[in-house]
Design a protein around this ligand. Structure first.
Ligand code: SF4
Length: 87
């Protein structure tokens, strides 16, 4: 999967929900980083949170994560990385 394909999936994900993608430059930066992490780990993991090496944490860090439960979402209207923002 390339960057454009990944962003397209995120755009479709947003269509059914009450959030949208951040600006193009930021979204492309996140996408590039997630694809780099995927090359190293085989998983599309969050680029702004730390792994602890366990499978359990890795599963929680697969993007998109369950970001609506995050304090960041409730207080700042964005996921940790600012990939998704409240519409
Ligand atoms: S915080 Fe944002 S970028 Fe990170 S995994 Fe969750 S949705 Fe993806």
């Amino acid at each position: 999967m390339n960057k454009e394909e990944l962003i397209k999936i995120w755009e479709n994900f947003c269509k059914k929900n009450d959030f949208k993608l951040n600006n193009k430059e930021h979204v492309e930066f996140i996408a590039e980083n997630i694809l780099k992490i995927e090359e190293q780990t085989g998983l599309k993991l969050c680029p702004c949170r730390l792994r602890d090496g366990t499978r359990k944490t890795d599963l929680e860090l697969i993007c998109p994560c369950n970001f609506k439960i995050q304090t960041n979402w409730k207080e700042f209207n964005r996921c940790w990385c600012g990939l998704f923002i409240k519409d």
